[in-house]
Design a protein around this ligand. Structure first.
Ligand code: AMP
Length: 426
């Protein structure tokens, strides 16, 4: 399938060409036709699949098609959980509509509201927003949603995780009932399905882009057993060999800052992004990272969610997440599009249970790097479990698979046959 065959307007086609997109990604190929036909959409997909273009292109096409008396009024609203994602979506919408007269604006908290209010006063067709600032400015009378025709809720699962459910419900009461709604989430637990039921029309269409793909096929994974106190030394040691940008995940804001201080001392350019950083500091760090002036970005999960860094090669799980789905989100930051990526996890003794949960979710063992300088003094606690494929440091770890056909009992993937798995814990 090509973009030409979707019957898009020449302005949109040339904008896509300018981006260098030759062919739609699977989510685009599946979503664009049904959205152009006016159906509501439930999309199971995460950032990195091309979902932003999948929803913005049909919206732009519709807005260009619809003659309206309400020229500069908000006709499309995209709500995202984080400021970073809001900025990215708005950037994309601006790019794809660059050959049109449509105006896109983005609003989020953590920065002064006045420039955003000025933009709203000048008139906006497509508004991208985080929930808090959106409701705040709507409450102050700067946002009129009466002419809205398109509503997108992006990363709904994250929205719920961040406690935005009441804001979303409040927002829904402000939207005209006659509208096209799009609902995206990386995962679809019960609470998310219930929420989608309140937003989408009953005849909605569903598109599912497996989150497994980037994890299993594009990202090489490995894990180091290392004590908490030796994690900094191991990170510094690995950074000597790794090429390119490295995104390091920590569990706490304080922990992230600490890693940055350690790296700074060793002369590695690093910055942290997390909820305690000002919006400007976060944007500056992200910009530096994208441009390559900052080599290591140390982030908490919430701050990094949805961030699209093209060409990111390595993700380091400095601390393993206690929610296994988070691991999949984290490593999905690398191995985007056709690129391959690597994920390196540090697992301290008290994180073994997290690793076990992760492996259960991805239905594969994460290969263990058996020999590294920080295994010295290891007790039996660090012994290599039988079901692991030891990998020597510097050697590329084998890819893991989520395909149950491949992973069950497949010695290459390191996954033992069901019921035969030896316990990794003493
Ligand atoms: P998203 O999932 O929307 O964050 O998109 C992930 C990345 O894929 C972004 O850097 C997009 O610019 C890029 N992208 C989106 N659609 C295409 C396409 N059809 N061909 C190549 N790259 C794309």
């Amino acid at each position: 399938m090509t973009f030409d065959s979707l019957g898009l307007k020449p302005q949109i086609l040339s904008a896509l060409k300018e981006q260098g997109y030759t062919q739609p990604t699977p989510i685009q190929a599946q979503s664009i036709p049904v959205l152009l036909d006016g159906f509501d959409l439930l999309g199971t997909a995460q950032t990195g699949t091309g979902k932003t273009a999948a929803f913005t292109i049909p919206i732009i096409e519709h807005l260009l098609d619809t003659p309206t008396n309400h020229k500069r009024s908000i006709k499309a609203l995209v709500v995202t959980p984080t400021r970073e994602l809001a900025l990215q979506v708005a950037e994309n919408a601006k790019r794809y509509s660059s050959g049109t007269s449509l105006r896109t604006a983005v609003i989020f908290g953590g920065v002064g509201a006045n420039p955003q209010i000025d933009q709203l006063k000048r008139g906006v067709d497509i508004l991208v927003a985080t929930p808090g600032r959106l409701l705040d400015l709507q409450g102050q009378g700067f946002i009129d949603l009466r002419n809205l025709t398109h509503f997108v809720l992006d990363e709904a699962d994250q929205m719920l995780d961040m406690g935005f459910i009441h804001d979303i419900k409040k927002l829904l009461r402000l939207l005209p009932s006659k509208r096209q709604s799009l609902f995206f989430s990386a995962t679809m637990p019960k609470a998310i399905m219930e929420l989608s039921g309140q937003i989408l029309k009953p005849n909605y269409k569903q598109v599912r882009i497996a989150v497994e793909k980037p994890t299993a096929e594009r990202v090489t994974q490995c894990v180091y057993y290392v004590s908490k106190s030796e994690k900094p030394a191991l990170l510094i040691h690995l950074l000597k060999d790794l090429e390119g940008s490295v995104l390091v995940f920590g569990r706490t804001k304080h922990g992230c800052d600490k890693v940055v201080r350690i790296l700074d001392k060793k002369g590695v350019s690093a910055a942290a992004i997390h909820g305690n950083k000002s919006q400007n500091a976060r944007q500056k760090a992200l910009k530096g990272f994208k441009e390559g002036t900052i080599r290591v970005l140390v982030a908490t999960d919430i701050a990094a969610r949805g961030i699209d860094i093209s060409g990111l090669e390595h993700v380091v799980n400095y601390e393993l997440p206690n929610i296994p789905e988070t691991y999949v989100h984290r490593i999905g930051r690398t191995g985007r599009a056709e690129a391959s990526g690597s994920s390196i996890s540090f697992c301290a003794a008290d994180e073994r249970a997290y690793l076990k949960d992760i492996e259960k979710l991805i239905k594969a063992s994460v290969p263990l790097v058996e020999e590294h300088p920080f295994t010295e003094g290891a007790t039996e606690e660090w012994a290599v479990p039988e079901n692991r494929i030891p990998v020597k440091q510097g050697q590329r770890a084998p890819r893991t698979s989520r395909d149950p056909k491949q992973s069950a009992g497949n010695s290459r993937s390191g996954a033992p046959a069901r019921g035969k798995r030896p316990s990794r814990r003493r």
